[in-house]
Design a protein around this ligand. Structure first.
Ligand code: NAD
Ligand code: 4TP
Length: 351
């Protein structure tokens, strides 16, 4: 099989994104035909500092539009050139580069739609810088949904638990911990209103369908967290479980979806529950992701479900503190895991 062609958007240029993108792409070049999306001169300079053996060939978006992407062998990386807005000082944010970052995402989406790429893997962006540049932006998840005209998507992070997570020692825990979210980047005060029968139905439908299609799970088992402490304590600590979540789960089960709960979120992440589940659905970002990141940080993958394209990402942010110290501090394992996940999803989607 030919190497799948994966666009790697290189993220916030003052962060660790460019470095981890180059390192991961180079390490996996025999299996992934990676195209770095970003300023080609800046990427070539960064690559030369990482390892002078890394070769990068630049292609302009205009050339790609006219003739598609040229074929490159595994002896080099390709860079789809998107010019920076301003000079980059590692670790220092500059809103003049906010629109540059968005342009890299736009080029990757255009490239998938035009058939240049089989998938997109994104390095981390600094959301605040894009907002400072005058563009409302909450995350790749929402941006990719908007730009592809997708009404609803689901954020899911997955990873293999490492010690010292206590459950990692237990043979009963599935090798992959997956946590999906019923809401994405939403202020906490808005979460309750966003949980409706309809939104939960759509989330469960997307989650179940993509776990089957993209992860090869014949009958995905989904554990669902409540919203309130102790899943509402029979209504004494909140009514969302009674009024919304339980009816949404009952309706999902009638559609054939194996969705169980709502369970109290504080005790849900135990081996005895996880061993019988393929995914946990948390109600909001910081209900599910701290557990996932505690168990898997640095090796996890963020996947957007429900999109008409394959998009994976790292489980961490821009790490400006590391970027400011120079190259060689950042771990690129999560970027490699994001590429690996994209490869598997491309293979699963090929006839
Ligand atoms: N996929 C994405 O685009 C993505 C994901 C998460 C956060 N972010 C954004 O990143 C920015 C900074 O977020 P933050 O400070 O909360 O989290 P962060 O992940 O950037 O940093 C948290 C800590 O983890 C360390 N760290 C992160 N990645 C590392 C790596 N690859 N190797 C070694 N250490 C690493 C950092 O040095 C820091 O100590 C925010 O704007 C946030 O929204 C983007
Ligand atoms: N919620 C993600 C996390 O905590 O890792 C992160 O903010 C990235 O989200 P996007 O993929 O939507 O940018």
């Amino acid at each position: 099989m030919s190497r799948p062609r994966v666009a790697i958007t290189t993220g916030e240029p003052a962060g660790i994104g460019p470095e981890i993108a180059i390192r991961a792409a180079w390490a996996m070049r025999q299996r992934v035909n990676a195209v770095l999306v970003g300023d080609a001169a800046f990427l070539a300079m960064t690559a030369a500092e990482i390892d002078p053996a890394i070769r990068i060939s630049a292609v302009s978006t205009m050339a790609a539009r006219n003739a598609g992407l040229p074929h490159f062998g595994a002896d080099r990386l390709c860079a789809l050139d998107i010019p920076l807005g301003a000079h980059v000082q590692p670790g220092v944010l500059d809103k003049e580069n906010g629109r540059y970052v968005l342009a890299t995402l736009d080029a990757a989406i255009e490239g998938v739609q035009a058939g240049w790429f089989d998938a997109v893997a994104t390095a981390p962006v600094q959301k605040s810088t894009i907002n400072d540049a005058g563009v409302a932006f909450t995350g790749h998840t929402e941006y990719f949904a908007e730009q592809t005209g997708t009404a609803r998507v689901v954020m899911m992070l997955a990873g293999q638990p490492h010690s010292p997570w206590p459950a990692a020692a237990s043979a009963a825990v599935p090798p992959q911990l997956r946590v999906a979210l019923a809401t994405t980047h939403l202020p906490l005060k808005d979460v309750s209103a966003a949980l409706t029968l309809d939104s939960l139905a759509q989330t469960l439908n997307i989650l179940e369908a993509d776990l089957r299609r993209k992860f090869g799970l014949a009958a995905p088992r989904i554990l669902v967290a409540g919203l309130n402490p102790h899943a509402g304590e029979n209504g004494y600590l909140g009514r969302e479980e009674i009024d919304t979540i339980s009816p949404a789960l009952a309706a999902a089960r009638e559609r054939g979806i194996d969705a169980r709960g709502p369970y109290p979120a504080d005790t849900l992440f135990q081996p005895k529950y996880l061993q019988d589940a393929d995914c946990v659905l948390a109600m909001y970002h910081d209900q599910g992701l701290p557990v996932l990141k505690y168990a898997t940080f640095g090796h996890g993958v963020n996947i957007t479900l429900g999109l008409p394209l394959i998009r994976t990402s790292v489980d961490h942010g821009t790490a400006l503190d590391l970027a400011a110290q120079g190259l060689g501090r950042a771990d690129c394992s999560s970027m490699q895991a994001a590429l690996e996940a994209a490869l598997q999803m491309v293979q699963a989607s090929r006839p």
